[in-house]
Design a protein around this ligand. Sequence first.
Ligand code: 1PR
Length: 538
Amino acid sequence: NDTIGEVTLLDYGAGNVRSVRNAIKKLGYNLKEVTTAADILSAERLIFPGVGAFEQAMGVLTRKDFVDPLREYIQAGRPFLGICLGMQLLFEGSDENGGVEGLGIIPGRVTQFDTSLGLPVPHIGWNTLEQRQQGRLLSQVGDRRVYFVHSYRATPSPENADWVLATSHYGEDFISAVQKGEVSATQFHPEKSGAAGLAVIQSFMEESPQYIPPSSNAGAARGLAKRVIACLDVRANDAGDLVVTKGDQYDVRETDGEGREVRNLGAPVELAGRYFREGADEVTFLNITGFRDFPLGDLPMLEVLRRASEGVFVPLTVGGGIRGFTDAHGKRHSALDVAAEYFRSGADKVSIGGDAVEAALEYLASGVKTGQTAIEQISWAYGAQAVVVSIDPRRVYVADPADTQRPTVETAIPGPAGERHCWWQCTVKGGREGRDIDAVELARAVQELGAGEILLNCIDRDGRGDGFDLELVEAVSSAVTIPVIASSGAGSPEHFQEVFEATGAAAALAAGIFHRREVSIEDVKTHMSASGIPTRTA
Ligand code: 1PR
């Protein structure tokens, strides 16, 4: 048995490395933590997951006197795996934060994706790898896709050609993995890349892993896949247990003999595990009564995340109650505190609903970015890719666009009185209250405030199974440059094909059809593949 049993983790305390820990544990290896510079030099194998921004990361490494030992360890060619920012730091420097020097081990600079190409930035999701060399690190990935989330990238050049193990394509070729001898690193996140990612970590740990050549299925769609997301709306039922529920136009109660009970479609951790195994590209938890409670008092939800992240190796988003609040003892907690607690418990992204609507209204009224909103603060501390804004819009029909100050579209689905124009009103508190702002205006405003992604629900379509609101999804996705997740109304695999062909959605999310086992994630992906839509197979 050539398995090496121990790995040292360099966690400089900048963010969530829980999933890297969970992945190492899942594979059965022992984990040691770096606490002093000497721990770096005495490591047998070192994993360095970079989290946060480049400048901040270099700053912490410098303050802790880790820079020299890290350089010495890597220059000696000892077993090293950098992840994401942990790869970027190996280059000479980065344009992030206005220009910062890196460790200078690999020739080249890290620069931002070219936003003029019209592709959403950050680059989020599952992309293919073009292996440029036969390196040990990717020996068991085959042609499976892996998960990326980043706005900055390094590009291949003659100077760094001997390092480049794989490139990926997103408007241009960028470096997705490097390896020279025992030193390796990935731009993608192996700990979030499902079974393919666990295989990368395992290949790093083994002396001579078996090589699985990528199959030459030349016809298969390459590049960034359209994502399929399983969503779990979570709340306490009347007995106080957290259950996955599902509404019909946001009404989650069903009538039985006794009264109106909260619909119970299963236990959150178990369902999340099932969706991971069935090939969901991401799992989203929405605490749908989060607007009522103090979120940090909501320990069961934190526990759900902790337990889910032990077995789910794709990105996890959590929403509901991400806002500042004052607790029963009069202590103020910022939205950033709340988000930090969720990130520590295993979330990769937080989703902000009601608070984003209020922030956008204020921003549009004043034209001033205060830096104080939840979106701005979390985006600044954790990066835009960690901030999703969830929108709960409802169609408002007008006979004549002049009847409203809101921007309208001409619709192919006329209103009850034959109206041919509509706008989508943003709501808060689970659709209970409307606000004077349209979904497109909101999406643009929150993008400017620093949101990295839009989760676009639709109250009219929720739980109906008659397809996504394509007009809404197109209106929003064509108005912003960040990725848009279409949500609400999926009833069949054809609905996914439809939304990806008719709109600029980067991902589509469904709940009811998966919970009730009417359609499986595999059915959706088989259909997408057959329709020529790039999709990830687990
Ligand atoms: O305002 O920051 O506390 O966030 C509250 C979050 O809870 C928001 O993201 C909001 O969308 C969500 N929410 C609030 N009430 C409900 C409800 O259903 N009563 N759920 C609710 C929203 C919508 C989707 C659903 C899709 C797909 N659920 O997430 O999963 O519509 O469903 P389908 O495929 O079955 O059609 P805050």
